[in-house]
Design a protein around this ligand. Structure first.
Ligand SMILES: [Zn+2]
Length: 228
């Protein structure tokens, strides 16, 4: 790989130069800080303590998630929340199973810093851990008021839900917010060629098959999102 531009480094999660750290573990794009604070304040006025479960993730962090799932160290679930017997799957089945819930390193929108997984701190029952599963956000779930509020107001502050429904690629993620003024720019700049070069240069498990399947994976999982 030749010298990468600052934008390319951001696109594949290889820099933190664009990140402002809100806590030691949660960082967001510094250009989104003001919009996020406004969103959070408006939610607060509606009785919702909008909180970030996950913001920026680096290439290395996403690679660790991938390697742990590919090797079976972390459980991989199917669309019905059942744990898969990963050792019984072909390599291609394994890749698709992982990509239902986890992005390829170099292709996670969380690299960009303008993507956040959110929940309502004050609506989480005291004895309950945050699961980040769709049922929490659905009509009978404790975060449903957040879902309703976001559907009504997120757009006003520049945010949208790229994974608002299942499109045959990534599973529905009613908690994943994207800041459109930044993410549309990053998404336009991200390319299959940049991702291929990044993966080729890494020690990702399943690399040979991943590179072979990449044109299909790119269309099915990476660009297959809501536009606004
Ligand atoms: Zn997310």
């Amino acid at each position: 790989m030749g010298e990468m531009t600052e934008l390319e480094l951001i696109l594949v999660g290889k820099t933190e130069s664009h990140i402002r750290w809100l806590t030691p573990n949660i960082g967001i794009n510094s250009q989104m800080l003001s919009a996020f604070k406004q969103l959070q304040l408006a939610a607060k006025k509606a009785g919702i303590e909008l909180s970030i479960a996950s913001g920026f993730r680096s290439f290395e962090r996403q690679l660790m998630i991938w390697q742990n799932k590919f090797s079976g160290r972390t459980a991989v679930k199917d669309g019905s929340n059942q744990v898969l017997a990963i050792e019984q799957l072909t390599e291609a089945e394994k890749i698709h199973a992982i990509m239902l819930f986890s992005a390829l390193p170099g292709a996670s929108r969380h690299h960009w810093g303008c993507e956040i997984d959110v929940y309502a701190k004050n609506l989480l029952p005291a004895e309950q851990a945050l699961a980040l599963e769709p049922w929490e956000y659905q009509a009978s779930g404790h975060f449903y008021p957040l879902t309703v509020w976001l559907a009504e107001h997120a757009k006003t502050f520049g945010f949208f839900l790229p994974y608002n429904k299942f499109r045959g690629g990534v599973a529905q993620e009613p908690w994943h917010l994207s800041y459109l003024p930044l993410s549309q720019h990053y998404q336009q700049a991200h390319t299959e060629a940049l991702l291929a070069a990044t993966l080729l240069n890494s020690d990702i498990q399943g690399k040979t098959l991943l590179l072979e399947l990449l044109p299909d994976l790119y269309q099915r999982y990476i660009v297959n999102v809501a536009k606004t």
